[in-house]
Design a protein around this ligand. Structure first.
Ligand code: ADP
Ligand code: ASP
Ligand code: MG
Length: 440
């Protein structure tokens, strides 16, 4: 069985949905097709939710009406036969009626998750109406019946696998399944989600759960590029990445993949392919356990980082100091991305400031604590990069004019990470694009 995931742009227009229908019927292998919401929908739903949370009901109503009009126009171009138009229109009505009812209920976090789920529910149901109209046999697998997260908001593949097998067993004889990315149920049984961009994670979890032959992530670009194409003029696709390399790029900001989307595929050894819906013949990127070449492959950047520096002469010659510091972060379930130490100071970075105030308070007894916000981690990733001749020289040569705040080198054999003020991100990525890759 194979998994094919299509992102927002890939399903964002009626003619794109037609193209997706072609791609998923190009071979006879049984498949589960994972769809995102139409591009722009989840952002619109976030806006609706925010307006409701701020008691701006009129604004929320206007946003709901605008989104509904978009869907009616979409349906008009998607299906032609009267019966399909009626069916698709009824689906749009059903989901917008739900949003209109929500306008009258007091806002809560659970309700917010219900609102955010509407995008994927709509896209998959409309796509199924379209498939039925053009005579493609299929079944809709509701993700809320099998995709789940535990008490720590973590998905567990064996649990998902068991539920998914039950769901598949209800459709004997079918070989094409459509399901929602992003949405899931939490430990309380409520509708929840796998965070923004989470459809990639859904696809990888499903691929792991059914031991798929491949997990294809179809998007609007021909694979993982060597640098952020939104920042650098000329970037090129990387042909192969190891799971480790891809996981680091995703975690450190390459938006093409959700940060957690590689581990399920890696753990269950399912190859991942990044492919372009608009250019299906392009090679894309293949992600497997052992990627062929060594050396620098790509650069990614992650914003919104906080650097915390703890300075204390008591650290000198003391043991157990780092453990005590780490325990504070552990207590507040805040993960550390980068760390550097000297005899009298330790610097760490975090990307989640939810418990920053409490963390700082508990760190105070250990020494002088300073925080800097608006930092960016730039990661240079490539197999055995640490041992590749000249990489460090070229790297630091490119960064002559950048106020680099921390460097992490050696922790992983395929990653060198730098911390710098976010204001220098663009110049840094561009300097590395020419310095490491010889590209403009
Ligand atoms: P989808 O809606 O299909 O999930 P996303 O917008 O989430 O698509 O991801 C694709 C986008 O990721 C690309 O259009 C590109 O702008 C951005 N991106 C950022 N870094 C990279 C990179 N290193 N390689 C490829 N794309 C990248
Ligand atoms: N629709 C969700 C989002 O926009 C999930 C996804 O597209 O992967 O974040
Ligand atoms: Mg995405």
């Amino acid at each position: 069985m194979k998994i094919m995931k299509f992102g927002g742009t890939s399903v964002g227009r009626p003619e794109r949905m037609a193209q997706v229908a072609q791609l998923i019927t190009a071979d006879n292998e049984p498949k589960i097709v994972v769809l995102s919401a139409l591009s722009g929908t989840t952002n619109a739903l976030v806006e609706i939710s925010n307006a409701l949370a701020a008691y701006k009901r009129d604004e929320a109503k206007q946003l709901i009406d605008k989104l509904e009009a978009h869907y009616h126009a979409f349906v008009k171009d998607l299906v032609k036969q009267d019966a399909s138009v009626a069916k698709a229109t009824a689906i749009v009505h059903e989901h917008f009626e739900f949003l209109n009812i929500i306008l009258k209920i007091s806002f809560s976090d659970a309700l917010n998750k219900d609102i955010l789920a509407q995008g994927e529910l709509l896209s998959t149901k409309l796509f199924c109406v379209f498939l039925a109209e053009i005579g493609i046999d299929h079944a809709l697998l509701p993700a809320l019946e099998f995709m789940s997260i535990d008490m720590n908001d973590e998905p567990q593949v064996p649990v998902i696998s068991a539920k998914l097998k039950d769901a598949l067993a209800q459709h004997a004889g079918k070989s094409l399944f459509i399901t929602q990315g992003y949405i899931c149920r939490n430990a309380r049984g409520e509708v929840d989600n796998l965070k923004r961009g989470g459809s990639d994670y859904s696809a990888s979890l499903i691929a792991a759960a059914v031991q798929a032959s491949v997990c294809e992530i179809w998007t609007d670009i021909d694979g993982m590029h060597n640098n952020d194409p939104r920042v650098c003029k000329k970037t090129v696709p990387v042909e192969q990445l190891s799971f480790e390399e891809a996981a680091e790029l995703a975690y450190f900001g390459a938006k093409i993949l959700h940060p957690a989307s590689i581990w399920p595929a890696q753990h269950y050894n399912v190859p991942v392919k990044l492919l372009n819906t608009m250019e299906p013949a392009a090679k894309g990127t293949l992600i497997v356990e052992e990627a062929g070449s060594t050396g620098v492959k790509a650069v990614a950047a992650k914003d919104g980082i906080y650097a915390i520096n703890i300075r204390s002469s008591r650290m000198l010659l003391a043991y157990g100091f780092l453990r005590k510091i780490f325990e504070v972060f552990e207590k507040y379930r805040t993960s550390i991305d980068m760390i550097t130490t000297s005899e009298v100071a330790v610097s760490v970075t975090i990307d989640n400031a939810t418990h920053l105030a409490e963390i700082l308070k508990e760190l105070e007894p250990f020494g002088t604590v300073e925080v800097e916000d608006n930092q960016t981690i730039v990661s240079v990733v490539g197999n055995e990069i640490a041992e590749t001749k000249d990489v460090l020289m070229k790297l630091f040569d490119s960064l002559k004019d950048i106020p680099v705040r921390m460097v992490s080198y050696g922790g992983s054999r395929h990653n060198v990470s730098l911390l710098l003020p976010s204001a220098h991100k663009t110049t840094t990525l561009q300097a590395l694009n020419s310095g490491l890759f010889g590209l403009e």
